[in-house]
Design a protein around this ligand. Structure first.
Ligand code: FE2
Length: 382
């Protein structure tokens, strides 16, 4: 027996069932019927032949976002706001209750943060993890404190903050500090696994004490040296490196490039890993940095991962060849940001005559953890 010929009776019954908070396979799962029966409630079929992301591929221009950041800074001080941020909102997720306005992808947050010269952001900790790409920073005087370790930061540095790491940020330099922050907060919120704690005593927002100055964690764990007496947690979800210095990343990419170490799909690319686990830098977030050689069209690929791309230096073209929103071409100038939802077919190009550098972060580790990771690598440039 099918729904053919019984449609009116079914619609009446489904309306009635919904009033009692019940639904049915034809309204939700069924590849063809769900649209007919669930469409008026905004339901799309869940069981599709391949992923149909709600999120859309989209680009934000850094110049515009930075201007908004400075407009906000006229109205919101670093102390009174829980961060002065421009959050990138995926237009496909904008209307989703609770998470939409802080989601660049269903699982990921992406946003810019400004800490002006002489400012400090309050210390706190939370269960979502964070990766920061430093886009602009003073010559010296900008630093973060993560779990008592003070780490100086400059442009291009990548900072990873594990679950429940106490963190605050200082800019004692003479120019402003801007980074792009990526978090797994929509994912953590959806799981209702959010915990948050300010570092406050008697209503006063305190500065966390510094246990150690300098880059001891990066120098130790980042050189694959594992102390017998741990400096920090050695739990598998904790990344002790904290900072991946830009000079190391750039030196490595440049060296690999000079050796001709080019992957046709990925470019000259390195993934940042957690040396204790050998796995991704953060349990839910894969971080990569890529050099695309001059005048190079990489080959197309598609993957089950939601990926955010940040153009750090140079000019990059992101060609969306197949997506839920059709074809698009994004031309990225310095620090422009693009999101590519899962299963988008895309390719990257550098049509300029100098190398381009790209940061990316994605939720690939979530897909990989549950056997959901798939990829197709296309041969040739189309
Ligand atoms: Fe935070």
């Amino acid at each position: 027996m099918t729904y053919q010929g019984k449609e009116e009776s079914l619609i009446e019954l489904f309306d009635d069932m919904l009033k009692s908070n019940m639904s049915n396979y034809y309204m939700t799962f069924h590849p063809k019927a769900a649209e007919r029966f669930g469409g008026k409630y905004g339901i799309r079929p869940l069981f599709t032949n391949e992923p149909k992301p709600l999120a859309l591929p989209y680009m934000w221009k850094y110049r515009e976002a930075k201007s908004k950041l400075y407009q906000l800074s006229e109205l919101i001080s670093a102390e009174e706001s829980e961060r002065r941020t421009v959050i990138f909102v995926n237009p496909g997720l904008k209307n989703i209750n609770f998470f939409g306005l802080s989601s660049i992808a269903p699982t990921l947050y992406g946003g810019l943060q400004l800490i002006k010269a002489g400012e400090r952001a309050p210390a706190h900790r939370h269960t979502p993890v964070n990766v920061r790409f430093v886009l602009e920073a003073p010559e010296k005087g900008a630093y973060i404190i993560y779990d008592g370790f003070k780490v100086d930061i400059g442009p291009g540095d990548v900072l990873v903050q594990s679950n429940w790491m106490l963190h605050d940020h200082h800019n004692n330099g003479d120019t402003d500090l801007i980074w792009l922050a990526g978090l797994d907060s929509p994912f953590v919120s959806y799981l209702s696994a959010m915990f948050y704690e300010g570092f406050v005593t008697g209503g006063v927002d305190e500065e966390q004490p510094i246990k150690s100055a300098g880059d001891v964690l990066t120098e130790t764990y980042g050189s694959s040296l594992r102390p017998s007496r741990p400096l920090v947690s050695h739990d598998p979800w904790y990344n002790p490196v904290i900072k991946y210095p830009w000079r190391n990343i750039l030196r490595t990419l440049t060296h690999l490039h000079s050796m001709g170490n080019l992957d046709q799909h990925e470019g000259v690319s390195v993934e940042l890993t957690n040396p204790l686990s050998g796995g991704p830098a953060l349990p839910t977030i894969r971080i990569t940095t890529t050099l695309i050689p001059p005048k190079t069209d990489l080959y197309p690929l598609r993957r089950t991962e939601n990926m955010v791309l940040v153009n750090f230096d140079g000019e990059i073209v992101v060609e969306v060849m197949e997506s839920i929103d059709g074809k698009k071409t994004f031309h990225l100038a310095d620090h422009d940001v693009v999101v590519l939802p899962t299963w988008t077919k895309y390719r990257l190009s550098n049509r300029d005559d100098r190398p381009a550098i790209l940061f990316t972060y994605s939720d690939a580790p979530i897909y990989k953890s549950f056997g959901l990771y798939r990829e197709i690598k296309f041969e040739g440039t189309r």
